[in-house]
Design a protein around this ligand. Sequence first.
Ligand code: C2E
Ligand code: CA
Ligand code: CA
Length: 944
Amino acid sequence: MPHLLMTFVGLLFAGGGILLGLAALTWQRRSATSGRSLAAMLAGAAVWVLGAAAEHLAPGVAGKLLASKVQYVGVLAIPPAALATVLVAVGRARWLERSLPFLLGFAACGIGLAATNDWHGLVWERVALAPGPGFPILALDYGPAYAVIALGCHVQLLAALWLYVAYSGRGFEPEACLVHLGFAAPWATNVLYQLRVGPWPELDLTPLGLVVTGVAFTVSFHGLGNVFSTLKLAHRDVLEHIADAILVFDRDERLLSANRAARALLALPPLPAPAARALAPFDALLAWVRSGAASAAEGGFDIEIRTARAADGGEAATERRVFDARAVPIEDARLSGRAAVGGRVVVLREVTEQRAAEREHRLHREQLRQILDLMPHAVFARDGQGHFLLVNESCARIYGMRPENLLGRSQYALHDGAEDVARMLAHDRRVMESGAASTIEEHFEDDRGRSHVFRTTRVPFLRSEDELPAVLGVAINVTREKERERLLERLASTDSLTDLANRRHFHEVLEHALSTARHKAHRAGLLFIDLDRFKMVNDVYGHLVGDEVLREVASRIQDSVRFTDQVLVAGRDTGDDAGSETTVSRLGGDEFIVLLPEVTGPAGAAHVARRILAALARPIATGDERLQLGASVGVAIFPEDGADPETLLRHCDQALGNAKRSGRGKFEFFSAAIGEAEERRHEIERALRRALERRGELEVHYQPIRHARTAALTSVEALVRMTSAELGAVAPEEFIPVAEESGLVVPLGRYVVETVCAHAAGWRARGLRLPRFAINLSARQLVDRATAEELGRIFTAAGLDGSAIEFELTEGSILTRNPVVGETIAALRSQGCTFALDDFGTGYSSLSHLRRFEFDRLKIDRTFVAGIGRVAGDEELTRAVIALGQRLGIETVAEGVETETQLAFLRDEGCDFVQGYLLGRPLPAADTERMLESALGREKDETA
Ligand code: C2E
Ligand code: CA
Ligand code: CA
């Protein structure tokens, strides 16, 4: 028996030591869940157990009494500490705050009572001595105070037990069983002792039950491994205060530990607890922890957790928070404790705001992309090496790709033409270097080989400082615009009929070509081409045929200049010079002009002129007709014949005029003499125009025409004279051709007829009756439909009839297909006018014309008359003409009779009339009147 007692006491000491140790360790872990209250409970149990041992060992009654009191101190600390521990462990720390004064007060009262009252005898001795169950005896012995305290103790213990059962009642859990064991062990041992049952009925096992309680509680609430790992981890506090939630799971998915952030976030049950329970409300996190992913160390995983938001006043709302979850496997037992090995540490970092910001950022990017893709223009960013950093849909479409496929590609990989790319990238770099925006036009072939023109604006691309510079560009496709521009330009610069350059465009080209020629010191040639008889084509065949002819002429001219480049120009650099091409242009009507921008000299230009003339000499077929047109060409060479476009053109035109005058189908160079003559012609034209307006400068002189045999005055020829204020007297030989060319001969002719009629009427009124007045009529007047009627009106106005007038026509003027000529002649003849064929023998001298127009007289040209007595041929011809006239019944008039020899010859040959200085020079009207008076007067005398 004493041996058994000593063993028991030894066990008590050992148990007390264990409890004391656990208390100390738990106390050290201050921040652990319910650590302090658990430590207090353990300490209380340790004091009780050690006190019980001391009571057994104490030699005297006083010692036993003291040990017994010490036991009470320990006993009374246990219930409040147990309740507090459970409250915290089940997450009811706030209830603890409220009940703490009561719990502490209760403990203090009990301890005070036990320490001060002497009725506390030898507790267990007393009970041990009593027969039967001890509790009622104790209650009787110690009175109501003891009963109240005992009741209070048991209420607290029951409350703690109930709380724990209530919170851990979800299935079988080792932790819960341990706690239940902790509650049950002292009660069971105490009941066994009081009922005196069990192996050693004499020994009170309650203190040993308390040891079981301490160990069970400690293991349950902290887990042994956790306790020790906590001690081992140097940075326990750091972990505890870290903002990220840190959870430790063992290999069986039990949540062993959680730091403060984790506890606050997840409101965890007493730990350790299975993950399934601890994380039940957070299914996403639980699922993740359960899945193998949780053990993969690398990479984060976003988990959404809904937590209650502390709503001020309003109803509690939940808040969606996002955490980046990462798991680290636990391999080292020394660091984590054995229970944790094979498990993992899970770290949850809150990224709610970060993710929101990222979402926002992504949204912005998407919006930007949406905007870019919506743009019809290509948008791109490129680095210095031509790699695409950004492209929109339009840009990718150019390459027939998707934007994502284009990114990162080099411009070189996309184009065949490395030169084009180099040029493009050079532009890029210029913008990067200068930092200034630039807009240029770029030519570009797409993936289908269609060429485009882009107007591209580049700006330096904004990038962070450590990135290489890049360029941002917007390329607007202006191909259509360009095409339209070109078309408009072409329309504005070409002659719609022939597709040649028009006048406006030609002037531009000429100006450019001449400045180039001046710059490079070479010659240029200008060829003015005028079609012969084109007006006739228009008049006779109509405008449609005329247009057709012009088109044919244009193409022939172009054909004949096509190869002139090689022929004419030696060693020319075939550059990008727009002015270096031979340009053919239609200036209007039947006037064409050819620009040879570079010629070796006059010979080259002459070569081209000859080719053109040859080409135009060939008949042109239109419908059934084959028209023989021919042309004249005037040539001027830059810079000799004109240093500026205007002069060169004028001189070229003068050369053309000269070519036309010198006979059809020829070309003529400009020369200074031509220039002067042309100048003179212009002056004369201006003078004539003025003279026609002023009327004071024109006059009509009359030259007598006499009967060859009788020398009687039969007629006078009206010859117009001009005395210009600026030029003085100008010979008709000079101004009549100008009048013909300019068309001024029509008003001039009208003036002459009016004047002649006025004189004739006046002279008649004074009794001077001359049978005929000869008036020269030009070809222009003959083809004018208005002429016959107009002249008729003049006759009537003067009170004359046409029989007093004889018109002199040249062969050239009637040599035409124009039907108006015949009509005019017929109309005038019907008014009584007669007709003489002037200058006979110089022109075509066609007998059929003589017949067809029924001339009344034939005027032998003065060049033949001049040969009489000197040139045998002229005499023969004169003789033949006179004979012809006699045969045909047409009277002959010899012009330019200056000598008696001539007069005698003509008289002998039977010429009817003579005219010339020998018989009278042309005289002004007043002198003529005197001449008429003497001539007709003498006639009167003779008849009288
Ligand atoms: P034409 O019709 O052959 O006129 C005769 C020209 O010979 C006149 O020259 C006259 O002065 C000139 N003449 C007359 N007798 C002699 C002579 O013995 N010796 C020489 N050497 N010449 C003589 P003019 O007046 O200078 O006229 C020249 C031409 O101008 C005319 O040639 C005629 O074709 C044209 N012309 C003159 N007046 C008119 C006119 O009113 N209307 C038109 N359409 N033409 C006119
Ligand atoms: Ca005449
Ligand atoms: Ca004549």
